[in-house]
Structures are given as C-alpha cells and as structure tokens.
Design a protein around this ligand. Structure first.
Ligand code: COA
Ligand code: MG
Length: 309
C-alpha cells in the first residue's frame, strides 16, 4: 500500500491550491467539496474538482475527494458527477459524518453502478469520517461494512460539536486541548476509532491541526496520534506536510532499535523472552520491531533485502 502519512485537504473551488497541492510532498491529496466550500460554490467546486482530477499531474500521490454529507442536497450528486466524469483518477471517496453502516452501503452501491457503467478497471475505495456521537457508537459495524472501506478518519471539530464539548481554541481543530483536559481530550474517541479500524484491517487517520503556524503544537498532536496507533494525519496547509511526514516515518533511532531487536531475536533462534542490553524482549517486542522495520522498508528508509529477516 502507498504511504498515507500526510493527507492535504484542499478546498474544491480553489484551482490555484490544487496545482500547489499536486506539487507538494503530501502522500494523499483530498479535494474537498464539504466544509471548506461555501454553499453557493458547491456546483462550481464539483466542476473544478473534475477539471483538476483530469488535468493536474498528481504524480504517484493518492487522490481522494470528500463529498458532502449524505443528509444534504449535495452528497449523492457529488458522487455521481465526480466519479462518472473523472472516476479513473479517484482513488478514494471520503464520506463525512458517517453515522451508520447504511451510509457506506449507499456510497458503495452507487460506486458499483458507476464502475460497471463506465467500465473502470481500478477499485475506488471509501474512507469513513467518524465525527458524530452516533458514528462513534456504530464504529465497529461501520468498519466492517464494505470491502471498499480503506480508512477511518477522526473529525475532531464536528465530533466536539456533536457531543456538546466546549470549543477550546479559535479553530476548534485540536489546539489547546491539554489546557482543558490534561493528557489527551480525545484519547478515548481516537483509541476507539483506531481499534475498530485495525480490527478490520483499515487505516486510522487523525484529524487536522487548525493552527497552521504552530509547528510545535502540530508535532505534539501528531506524536500523540502516532502513539495511539494512527497511520497518518490530515493537513490543512502545505506548511504542515513535512512535520507530519516526519512524525509518521520511523526515525533513524527507531530503525536502529528495531534492527537490534530483530538481530538479537534471530540469534536467540526462537527462544521466548531474552535479555538485550539489560531489557527484556519477547515475541511481542519482535512483532513491534518487525512492523516498524517493514514500514521503514516500505518508505525506502532501509535496504529492502533485509526485510522479514
Ligand atoms: N492546499 C494547497 N495550497 C494551500 C493550502 C492547501 N490546503 N492552504 C494554503 N495554500 C497555499 C496558498 O494558496 C498560498 O499559496 P501562494 O503562496 O502560491 O499564494 C500558500 O499556500 C500560503 O498560504 P497562506 O497565505 O499561508 O494561507 P491562506 O491564508 O491562503 O489560507 C487557509 C489559509 C486555512 C484558508 C487555507 O490553508 C485552507 O483553505 N486550508 C484548507 C481548509 C480545508 O480544507 N478545510 C477542510 C478540512 S478540515
Ligand atoms: Mg467535519
């Protein structure tokens, strides 16, 4: 699977930003038709997204389109217009405010019909944004609802609104959380989403960080999400991409540690727990190290020939 560390959200009606996004180092570009687009620009944003999908050079990036929610007049039309016109270049459709597996079934069936009609050969995947209390209550059944599902994404601001949690910053997207709840205000929510995702073989992606000038705060939030098992994080500004990519890539120190563990394990020839530099490592440690090492290989940070050693 291609890397999914940084996902840059780009307003659908802003063509200039599409070109800039295509040149960026983001792993995924998400062309947004939902909350970054004003109501009176919904139709022109669709046309612009179709044009950009067809004309921009997206290189090896994954390209996704976020449709409007299914309880609006726009969501179903977004799927039809975008996928019929430019489905060959759509890797994933992001469905916001998923409340129920039926929301995913609906998009899945629409995609089935369009793919058959247009004879597309590639598989268009779905990403479910969990950002309501109802969605979180149903997250396990949502995660298992379709073979098209690739990702669960956490939508922090809408989730906070949905449960009536107090706005703690100007943007409402992940800043200043420590001040109102020491530790991590969304620890339970994010862990719940990560667990449902991983139980069904899906990726788990963290919400964006709204203060795009605060690199320290962004790194802190990304590290928290990475520690909880997230695979990546949304970005809302190009300045955020490098920091997110760095946090979600194994560091040289991480790789050296994994190599030490894998080497010691290979030398122990299948023994259970062994001591390495005065620390216990067992097969769970080895699984963690192997995962990290494989990720480093995948990102070409180490030599491929040593994978699965
Ligand atoms: N994608 C691509 N390019 C972007 C971008 C994005 N998300 N955000 C900013 N840029 C570009 C700007 O167009 C500008 O380009 P230029 O130097 O060629 O003129 C450059 O990056 C610097 O932008 P800056 O002036 O710092 O920000 P801004 O005031 O133009 O925009 C936001 C600030 C927050 C309005 C803008 O970043 C944005 O719309 N982000 C996405 C919001 C979104 O998608 N929300 C929904 C998901 S939560
Ligand atoms: Mg939202």
């Amino acid at each position: 699977m291609k890397p999914n560390r940084s996902i840059l959200s780009v307003p659908g009606h802003k063509a200039k930003m599409h070109a800039k996004a295509a040149e960026s180092q983001a792993d995924v570009i998400m062309l947004d038709l939902e909350d970054s687009v004003p109501i009176d620009a919904k139709a022109t944003a669709r046309d612009q997204v179709v044009a950009s999908l067809q004309n921009c050079d997206w290189q090896a990036k994954t390209v996704s389109v976020r449709i409007n929610a299914l309880d609006t007049p726009f969501g179903y039309r977004d799927v039809l217009t975008i996928v019929e016109a430019a489905g060959q270049r759509v890797d994933t459709v992001v469905v916001p405010k998923v409340n129920h597996p039926g929301d995913i079934h609906f998009v899945d069936r629409l995609l089935n019909g369009i793919v058959l009609n247009k004879k597309f050969t590639q598989q268009i995947k779905i990403e479910a944004s969990i950002e309501t209390a109802r969605g979180l209550e149903q997250v396990t059944t949502i995660a298992g609802s379709s073979s098209r599902l690739k990702t669960l994404v956490f939508g922090v601001a809408d989730y906070a609104a949905s449960i009536g949690a107090r706005l703690a910053s100007l943007s409402g997207h992940g800043e200043n959380e420590d001040a109102v709840y020491p530790g991590h205000r969304w620890h339970y929510t994010l862990s719940r989403i990560v667990t449902a995702a991983k139980a069904h073989g899906l990726l788990a992606i963290d919400a964006p960080y709204g203060d795009f000038k605060d690199t320290h705060g962004l790194t802190h939030a990304a590290r928290m999400a990475c520690a909880l098992g997230c695979d990546g994080k949304w970005a809302i500004h190009p300045n955020q991409i490098a920091g997110i990519n760095e946090v979600f890539s194994p560091s040289a120190e991480d790789i050296a540690r994994a190599e030490t563990i894998l080497k010691a394990n290979a030398g122990a020839q299948g023994n259970g727990a062994i001591a390495v530099n005065g620390r216990m490592i067992d097969q769970a440690t080895v699984r963690l190290a192997q995962q990290l090492y494989d990720q480093a290989v995948h990102l070409r940070l180490v030599d491929n020939s040593k994978s699965k050693s």
